[in-house]
Design a protein around this ligand. Structure first.
Ligand code: IPE
Ligand code: IPE
Ligand code: MG
Length: 246
């Protein structure tokens, strides 16, 4: 049962880290400067979640649509990812963080893809926090790749089409082996999902803040978690039913 003395902590938080470009533009700096500063907020968010006992943190770092940005910005982001992998993995590993990259990794340079795979392998036995970084990720892509995997299993004769139900589908979308997303946060003031997790946010609590991602710190995350703790998650039931069950 939840009481005030034991505030509800989301088991899984997903964040659309938006607003890096505007943060830099306000300072008359190139957008890539905002992406660089955003990495500090990533570090703070990981540390925050570890400290608060959150089990999984999923960060939207690069969408399947972000390839359409100017070549220079995409290149700068790829350089940042490469450098971050060089620089951050040792410490994350030392802190017990298990890293996963979710998305279509086949689009990245062989060097970047190999480093992502190496980071996943190296940290796979860690248990302090699951950090999922969504790169070249799209929610629609995720649903389609799950449908394709189910169709392939059916063609191989391993799965009857009648056996395709919500549970079977859920096993094939990304993050299937982790707790459901409890809290979905978007920074940067926009009120949209932008093709991030679709299937997985079916019953997530949504939280939007005007804070630009490089400005996000423990206070911003505290406010999100406080709001989450105030929400009543009914899953289609009535308040009376929910209270009777708790
Ligand atoms: C989010 O910040 C980071 C990525 C999409 C890679 P933006 O770059 O979208 O920042 P704004 O929304 O333009 O301010
Ligand atoms: C979503 O932000 C993608 C990431 C944060 C990585 P965008 O800035 O790309 O989304 P839109 O363009 O505002 O919908
Ligand atoms: Mg944006």
């Amino acid at each position: 049962m939840q009481t005030d003395a034991a505030p509800r902590i989301p088991r899984h938080i997903a964040i659309v880290m938006d607003g890096n470009g505007r943060w830099a533009e306000r300072r008359r700096r190139p957008r890539s400067f905002g992406h660089r500063e955003g990495q500090k907020a990533v570090r703070a968010a990981v540390e925050y979640c570890r400290r608060r006992g959150v089990e999984a943190l999923t960060l939207f770092a690069f969408s399947s649509e972000n390839w359409k940005r100017p070549q220079g910005e995409v290149g700068a982001l790829m350089q940042l990812f490469l450098k971050a992998l060089e620089r951050e993995v040792d410490e994350l590993h030392a802190n017990g963080v298990r890293i996963a990259f979710v998305g279509d990794l086949s689009a990245f340079s062989p060097e970047l893809a190999a480093r992502m795979q190496a980071a996943m392998r190296r940290t796979q036995d860690n248990g302090a926090l699951r950090l999922n970084v969504a790169v070249n990720y799209g929610g629609r892509w995720d649903v389609v790749q799950a449908a394709r995997a189910l169709a392939q299993a059916a063609v191989r004769g391993e799965l009857a089409p009648e056996a395709i139900d919500e549970a079977a589908f859920a096993r094939h979308v990304c993050l299937a082996d982790q707790p459901p997303v409890d809290l979905f946060i978007r920074t940067g003031g926009e009120l949209r999902i932008s093709n991030f997790l679709l299937w997985q946010v079916a019953y997530a609590e949504l939280y939007f803040t005007d804070a630009l991602w490089p400005d996000v710190d423990a206070a911003v995350l505290d406010a999100a978690l406080a709001e989450y703790a105030r929400r009543e998650r009914r899953y289609g039931l009535t308040t009376a039913q929910v209270r009777a069950a708790s």
